[in-house]
Design a protein around this ligand. Sequence first.
Ligand code: KIV
Ligand code: ZN
Length: 527
Amino acid sequence: MSVQNPDRVVIFDTTLRDGEQSPGISLDQSEKLEIAEQLARLGVDVIEAGFPIASQGDFEAVQVIAKAVGGPVICGLSRTAHKDIDRCWEAIEAAERRRIHVFIATSETHMRHKLRMTPEQVRAEAASAVARARNYTDDVEFSPEDASRSDFDFMCEVLQVAADNGAGTLNIPDTVGYGVPEEYAAKLRRIRERVSGDYVLSTHCHNDLGLAVANSLSGVLAGARQVECAINGIGERAGNAALEEVVMAVKTRDDFFGGLDVGIRTEELHKTSRLVSRLTGYPVQYNKAVVGRNAFAHEAGIHQHGVLSERTTYEIMDPTAVGQEGSQIVLGKHSGRHAFSDRLQSLGLDIKGDALNAAFTRFKELADRKIELTDADLEAIVADEVGSAVQHAFELQVLECHGGSVGTGTPSATVVVSVHGESRTAREEGNGMVDAACKAVKAATGVEGRLTDYSVTSVTGGVDALADVALRFESTDGVAVSGRGLSSDVVEASVRAFVSALNKVARVRESGENPYAVDRPGRLFVT
Ligand code: KIV
Ligand code: ZN
């Protein structure tokens, strides 16, 4: 990837690596694959699929993506230890195009307190790691972690060593989001002057001061031709530069950016954002640029009038260019399986077999209650059901709730849950119906733990919208998982989300490995 069109900005997506390291996110293998497939449809150039040495689960997820996802380069992250690089290669080897991304910290504080290495050791590690990675592939990227707080001369020496050993991309991480745009741009220009070789300069900016996108764009103005970013800006702490914002800024202001090209199918942005939000359980703020539900909503009468007369009075982007079409009414309870599957195909949702059957059954159930389902509802159903097509330990069979009115009685819920095929009934009381129902599910399944996060959003607007519940659950034996559920009824959506989380706990217990542990290896090292 080092020889390229000087007008092309490579979009390197790290949703599945840095994004997946966000506090509270834990995607399973099928969810990661679903996101990777959507990223390929979106047209990203590089997918950083994970950090293979971090755990067996991370390794397998990267390997599955490398085998199944065509188009983008599949990249794995690696520390400089040779065993990490070997493992990374093993994970990505099956991909059509593959990249190893090697990193080591160069700031004084990281070298002293985290790596416990001298600068000489760090330089030697970088050289030998890049050389090792180059034995496997021509496409090697190197990052001096915490670049913004590193001694500039020393960092350039390490970058030079990496370039001399064959790194074709030099990525400059603002690991702790400390940089400001002019300074970051100036640094990149100085690196280009100081470090010789044929390499692509890349940005990787964190958002601790809310400057990740601004810093990335200044990097582009200073000559960077790769931007590392994540859908919805997810990532460690305050996150990474938001892919959709970087892409739309370069495209919308091509007059300013000198006609740079980004190979993204922007009409897929909104759908990708919703998918990532749903699977990670991270809601997208309403006023989020480009993909937020209010990004093209006009409230003030004067604005509405202006937009109705001429859209460009208050809109700098066409909503349809980013996939933000108004909710379309597509299917209802009379629609058949064929129409359902055709509609999914046209939305780019290619599901078959058991997953399609499960989604269709769910669609019918919801259509019976809700009459009309929009494209957004359909996408949500598919996202919800694809994971459920696999055999689960627990399945909700009956939910019956009482109470919840002010001043009358205590809310209670009775559930029947299939536990490994055997129906178990439990009744509990609670502070509200959701609380009572979740307690009853706990009693029926015997899984102990506590809810740490709970949020409800509606898939589309209106009082008859589908409720999309995302929650986090930590079992008493230390498995931290997310769950999500969808229904036209909030209590039912909550219980479905809860059962999906408990199924993850059961899977982890059965496999004997805990990819969802809060302190996964890797989280300690990479930000
Ligand atoms: O923020 C960071 O420094 C990273 C590196 C691994 C690129 O994520
Ligand atoms: Zn990072």
